[in-house]
Design a protein around this ligand. Structure first.
Ligand code: HEC
Length: 381
């Protein structure tokens, strides 16, 4: 989910019931979760979020206490690598159970739900397939399946947004007719912020919906099997939790069938766990900066973190966030603009601040990398 990234790794362990000495075999179930990611998780005990409540249900069934390791889920696969795979926690609720999601390093429980994209609009609008969107203004999330799906439909006016929140806002301001955005967040916002004003139709089709499950590090087969054993008895409560947080559970509209070989260029979940496609299995924590800057380390960090919005290798059709145009745009002020923007962000415009997240050595690597991919300032390119 797009949001301003603040502290990276808080690792705060709270809510740990005191353990009896001598009961060492009862180890807590340690969950990794994002402290500010409703409807999924939050560090507000009054409203812990869907995934945390599911984790709590499971722990209770397993007769184990719960502890939390907080980490911003902002970084997608990187988060999983830094938390679950480094044994900061035992389980992460709500990972997409799809083939290309970090298998075989991550193993999954049985699915707990299906999540995907939904069409949000004024009540009473009847949208049964893509053609019904003709002539409408439709908000789509940047680099999402809906964006790819509608890319070649000139008769549908697309408005790119960087988050479901932004899509809901445009809908509410009357700037779009439909928001084709991530369903759980749409449902939650509709309930929590918009008084259930909008209708939400979930969609089905390639890359529009996927099963979510509980993820474990691959060695945790014992825990995975224990969880699988208790899941069936919890499914009804889990479904209730989804409803409690406003997540839509209607019968999906079959939506992903329009033709064109490139219509679905990037199928698969793009929220909240997928980062720039070239992130690969890089290990940003091992980056060592050199004095002048390490281009390949910079590229790796860029693709793992910034490429999510600015495009892999900074290739980006949306001019406003195309960082290959910085030299053209700012000339000799490029460096100064880079440092100011990257340190402080432009929170109101959707650019997070990074100075609490990365050191200047790492950020310099990114700058040095970006300098190697600038479009020619003289227009010859
Ligand atoms: C959540 C999406 C998002 C992420 C992630 C992100 N940015 Fe941005 N960034 C933006 C947006 C949106 C803008 C444009 C803000 C505006 O309109 O002024 C921007 C602007 C910038 C600019 C100024 C560009 C210009 O031409 O003025 C720089 C430099 C930049 N980002 C660098 C980075 C770097 C480096 C990272 C990774 C460490 C990063 N960004 C990660 C969304 C993001």
């Amino acid at each position: 989910m797009e949001k301003v990234a603040q502290a990276l790794l808080l690792s705060t362990l709270i809510a740990t019931p005191a353990f009896r000495a001598g009961a060492a075999e009862i180890r807590p179930l340690r969950l990794c979760a994002d402290p500010t990611n409703l409807p999924f998780s939050s560090d507000d005990p009054a409203r812990p979020g869907l995934y945390l409540e599911i984790g709590q249900l499971i722990a209770r069934k397993l007769e184990r206490p719960v502890t939390y390791s907080w980490y911003k889920s902002y970084f997608g696969k990187r988060t999983v690598r830094e938390t679950l795979l480094k044994r900061q926690c035992d389980a992460m609720v709500g990972l997409p159970e799809v083939d290309d999601f970090m298998g075989p390093a991550v193993i999954f429980s049985k699915p707990i739900a299906r999540e995907g994209y939904a069409l949000v609009s004024a009540k009473g609008r009847n949208i049964g397939d893509v053609d019904d969107l003709k002539g409408m203004r439709v908000a789509v999330q940047y680099q999402s399946t809906p964006q790819n799906l509608l890319a070649q439909r000139d008769e549908i006016e697309k408005v790119t947004v960087l988050s479901p929140d932004e899509g809901m806002k445009l809908l509410d301001q009357g700037k779009v007719d439909v928001a084709f955005i991530w369903a759980p967040v749409a449902g939650w916002l509709n309930k929590a912020a918009y008084g259930e004003k909008y209708q939400i139709r979930t969609t089905a089709g390639e890359g529009l919906v996927w099963p979510t499950a509980i993820g474990f590090a691959k060695a945790s087969t014992g825990l995975r099997d224990d969880v699988n054993l208790v899941l069936p008895s919890l499914q009804e409560d889990i479904d209730k939790l989804f409803a409690k947080y406003g997540v839509p559970s209607d019968v999906p509209v079959k939506f992903g069938e329009l033709g064109g070989p490139t219509a679905i260029a990037d199928a698969g979940p793009s929220e909240p766990v997928t980062v720039g496609q070239s992130a690969g299995d890089s290990k940003p924590s091992e980056i060592k900066a050199t004095a002048s800057g390490d281009i390949s380390a910079g590229r790796e960090l860029f693709n793992g973190t910034c490429g999510h919005c600015h495009g892999p290798d900074a290739v980006q059709a949306e001019k406003r966030i195309n960082l290959r145009l910085m030299k053209k745009r700012y000339g000799s002020d490029m460096e100064a603009t880079y440092w100011k923007t990257v340190h402080d962000g432009r929170p109101s415009k959707g650019m997070p601040a990074w100075k609490e997240v990365y050191g200047d050595d790492e950020l310099r690597n990114v700058l040095v990398y970006l300098q190697t991919v600038q479009d020619a300032a003289d227009g010859s390119n």
